[in-house]
Design a protein around this ligand. Structure first.
Ligand code: 5GP
Length: 194
């Protein structure tokens, strides 16, 4: 998606360890117009898939997920990273290892908001090693919910997450796909997938 690629090139910063910093428009300060464009694109792609609910993870998946939910007319549920002890029994919980923070944390979703009748679209800000998406997939499995598709804002295609998702056979749309990211700069995968 050109609008997103332009924002990454203009405002993103490359950090050590193949990490892309995009806190100017996605991870800290949020660009609402861009988030709406991203959400609309996800909604267009998955419009005819019978989606009943969007699932994301706090914090940075929420903005694009809400705009997609608005367009599809479905609720958005975000996995909470700090589970409330009083609600523990009523939660689906899974442990997720964070590539950027190099620590594991629990992601929880209330059993009130996910059920076997749900056909879910998963949305997240980044796909790197696939841990966050795998965690959401395992929560959907626990809930008996089916997964219609996966929407990613920025995919780092050189890491293993894309392969993990492809092995599940679940349709995926990544709005920006990064082929390489290092001290020499950033290269996107083009529309032919090269
Ligand atoms: P994964 O679970 O696929 O390894 O990584 C996904 C999560 O890690 C995302 O939700 C995001 O928070 C974080 N992440 C992974 N790579 C990057 C990166 O290059 N930049 C930023 N800002 N976050 C990243």
């Amino acid at each position: 998606m050109k609008l997103l690629e332009d924002a990454i090139l203009e405002k993103g910063t490359i950090l050590e360890g193949n990490v892309l910093k995009v806190d100017n428009f996605l991870n800290h300060q949020i660009d609402p117009a861009l988030m709406k464009a991203l959400g609309d694109e996800f909604a267009r792609e998955f419009a005819d898939k019978g989606i009943t609910k969007i699932l994301t993870v706090e914090t940075s998946g929420i903005a694009p997920a809400v705009f997609a939910g608005l367009e599809l007319g479905v609720p958005v549920v975000f996995g909470r990273k700090n589970k409330s002890l009083t609600l523990q029994d009523n939660m689906f919980t899974t442990s997720v290892y964070s590539y950027t923070k190099q620590t594991s944390s629990d992601i929880s979703i209330s059993k009130d908001f996910l059920s076997p009748t749900d056909h879910v679209l998963l949305i997240d800000d980044f796909l790197a090693n696939g841990q966050a998406i795998s965690g959401l997939l395992s929560i959907c499995k626990s809930a008996g919910a089916s997964v219609a598709g996966i929407g990613i804002v920025i995919e780092k295609s050189f890491q293993k997450g894309r392969r993990i998702v492809e092995e599940t056979g679940i349709p995926i749309l990544s709005l920006a796909r990064i082929k390489s990211l290092d001290e020499n700069g950033l290269v996107f995968i083009d529309e032919e997938g090269q």
